[in-house]
Every structure is written in structure tokens, then in C-alpha cells.
Design a protein around this ligand. Structure first.
Ligand SMILES: [Zn+2]
Ligand SMILES: [Zn+2]
Length: 365
């Protein structure tokens, strides 16, 4: 065991020293400005591309490369393999050059969390001042960024001047209130619902074709289980792909040997006329106890992807939440939707959900 720990410590030292070399090489690239090639808009982008690291780590490496010149003791500790990249990153993010020697000594014995605690009171150095000029426009406190995260969700962050923020907040509040009113006293509505409803409305709301939310590129290839993905989005799990495929505009992409060869005409998995019939028949989410009657999805009981027909017995209206829950495997749905009592809903344990129209006993406090 002792030998194992010694070897581990040795490997860490080698990695640290190699990181020191990497950072000093990046510093030379910054100095020579050799990262400025067509299509590259920042040193961090260049580092991410060249070194195969994440954007966040690339930004951190660039910050270290910029700062280690004025932190010679910390730099020496890294190059000697005595401190690790994450420790140095905290130092570079916070420590002023005047305390370099003390902080280098501290870093040799402190964890990243301890360093953060000690140095947290110094102002943050990210993004470095030079980063601002690279973007050519001064960084003001106003911007919106969004995109897919590593775990496949979608993230939106916004920073706005207070008066504009207040406007967005009012719109969100108004939409949420409206969802509350539409959903009745037991409606559960969160800010995410409000944001999605706002987006829905700005694209034309009810008059807009609901299924235009997703254009699913369906890969039809020679290899089985070719999968699918949202246009320019991440690959999708089977459940989510089925969830989207249930009620979407689909454009098949025909592939051979992994390469797209032609693109077919887009079609709807649920034809508009069938959709009207299903919505009119169900008048809301079919799950017992659910009070949602707007922004409904049409679900294929036998999944469309598995050859389920887009006919009314196989289709039923579900709210977004329940539809998603089903495709995540947490709500069972089976039966004939044309029969008012013909659909059986089961929970995660396989127990049948019953309608809860009547009064229920008070829950034990
Ligand atoms: Zn579905
Ligand atoms: Zn529902």
C-alpha cells in the first residue's frame, strides 16, 4: 500500500511539472500572439482546440499563463511539481503579486478549498483585463448566453440593466400568473414553465403549430439503432428521442455508411387533423388528477418510433410534465385511448393510478 501511495505521489508530481511546462508554453504563444489564426477569436478557444481541454479549463490555463510571470514563487512550485494545477488556478484567480511568496508556501500544504477560503477576500481576476480587448467590445453588464450543457440540458443565463431585467421579470410573472389561473387552484407552475410558455407565445402561441418546437433529424441508415439528435444539439437518450418523436415535425436524413446521402421531406408524426380530434376528445392531460389543459402534447401509446400508428386509439393528450415522465420510464401508459376508461396509468412501482375526483382523507400531519 505504501508503495502504491509513493507511486501516486510521484505521478502527481510529474503531472504538476508537466502542467507548469504547458502553462509556460501557452504564455509564449500569448506573447507571440501566434494563436491569432483565422476563425480563432480568443486564446482560450485556441487552447481548447489545440490541447483538447474543456472551455473552462482552457480559460483557466490562459489566466495562469498570463499571471504566472508576476508570481515567480508560485510558478517555481508548479514547475517543481510541488503544487497542482487547481491550486495554482485559485492563486492566479485571486492573489495579488505582492503576496506571491506567502501564497506559494501556503499552496504547498493547503487544499484547493482551503486556498479558496483564504484567498476569497481578494478580488477575482477573471476575465483578465487583456481578455476584454480581445473581444473588441468592452464587457458591459448586459448579455444573454445559452446553449447545451455537458449533461444534455439547455442553460440560459442573462445579465441585464435593472430596468430591462424588471421588464423580463414582469413578463415572466404575468405568464406564470396566467398559467396558475388556467391550471386551477392546485396548479403547480414554476419559473421554467413560465419561460417556456413565454417562448411558446412569442412564436405565435396557440395559433402556431405546436409541433414546430422540434425539428427532429431522423437518421435512417443501414446500421440498426442509428439514433437521432436535435439539429445542432446533443445526442439524445432513447427516452428523450421517443419523447420528441411522439409529437414533432420530422425530417428524415438518409444515411449510408455513416454519411448523410439525402434529406427527405419534413412530415408531422401526428397529422394536424388527427391532432385536433385527439385534443377535442381529451380536453386536457389524460393522467388521473392532472389539471393541465393547455400546451398539450400528443403521445403515441405504442411509440411512433416502434411503428405505433398515428390513429386516435393509439394517441392521447398529455401535459409536458407527464409526457416527459412517461418517456423517462416513470409513468406507465397502456390501453385504447378511444375508450374513456380504456387507458391504464401506472406509477413507478407498477401500481395503477386512480382518478382522484372525490374528496380524499386528510394526510396525516
Ligand atoms: Zn410520447
Ligand atoms: Zn399531466
Amino acid at each position: 500500500m505504501q508503495a502504491l501511495e509513493t507511486e501516486l505521489a510521484e505521478v502527481c508530481g510529474v503531472i504538476n511539472a508537466a502542467t507548469g511546462r504547458l502553462v509556460s508554453l501557452i504564455a509564449r504563444v500569448l506573447e507571440a500572439e501566434s494563436w491569432k489564426t483565422p476563425g480563432v477569436h480568443s486564446p482560450a478557444q485556441w487552447v481548447a482546440w489545440t490541447c483538447g481541454v474543456s472551455p473552462a479549463r482552457a480559460r483557466s490555463l490562459v489566466l495562469m499563463a498570463r499571471r504566472l510571470g508576476e508570481l515567480p514563487e508560485t510558478r517555481a512550485a508548479l514547475e517543481a511539481g510541488e503544487v497542482a494545477e487547481d491550486q495554482v488556478a485559485v492563486v492566479c484567480r485571486h492573489a495579488p503579486a505582492s503576496i506571491d511568496a506567502e501564497v506559494a508556501a501556503l499552496a504547498r500544504s493547503a487544499t484547493v478549498v482551503q486556498l479558496r477560503r483564504v484567498l476569497g477576500s481578494y478580488p477575482l481576476r477573471e476575465p483578465a483585463p487583456a481578455e476584454k480587448t480581445e473581444r473588441q467590445a468592452p464587457r458591459e453588464s448586459r448579455g444573454v448566453s445559452f446553449g447545451h450543457t455537458e449533461n444534455g440540458t439547455w442553460r440560459l443565463t442573462a445579465e441585464l440593466p435593472p430596468e430591462e431585467g424588471a421588464l423580463v421579470e414582469r413578463a415572466l410573472s404575468a405568464t406564470r400568473d396566467e398559467l396558475f389561473r388556467a391550471g386551477g387552484p392546485n396548479a403547480r407552475v414554476d419559473w421554467a414553465d413560465a419561460l417556456v410558455a413565454m417562448a411558446d407565445r412569442s412564436l405565435g402561441g396557440a395559433s402556431r403549430r405546436h409541433t414546430d418546437r422540434h425539428l427532429v433529424l431522423l437518421h435512417v441508415g443501414t446500421q440498426p439503432g442509428a439514433g437521432g439528435h436535435l439539429h445542432l444539439g446533443p445526442g439524445l437518450s432513447d427516452g428523450i428521442r421517443r419523447f420528441i418523436g411522439c409529437d414533432a415535425r420530422v425530417r428524415p436524413v438518409f444515411e449510408a455508411g455513416g454519411k448523410p446521402i439525402s434529406v427527405g421531406r419534413a412530415f408531422r408524426t401526428v397529422p394536424d387533423r388527427t391532432r385536433l380530434v385527439v385534443e377535442d376528445r381529451d380536453r386536457g392531460c389524460r393522467v388521473p388528477g392532472c389539471d393541465r389543459s393547455r400546451w398539450l402534447h400528443v403521445h403515441h401509446i405504442r411509440h411512433w418510433e416502434d411503428g405505433g400508428a398515428s390513429d386516435t386509439p393509439n394517441l392521447l393528450a398529455l401535459c409536458h410534465r407527464h409526457h416527459r415522465l412517461h418517456h423517462l420510464g416513470r409513468l406507465g401508459i397502456s390501453g385504447n385511448a378511444d375508450d374513456p376508461d380504456g387507458v391504464v396509468f401506472t406509477d413507478e412501482r407498477g401500481q395503477t393510478l386512480v382518478s382522484c375526483g372525490g374528496p380524499r382523507p386528510l394526510a396525516a400531519a
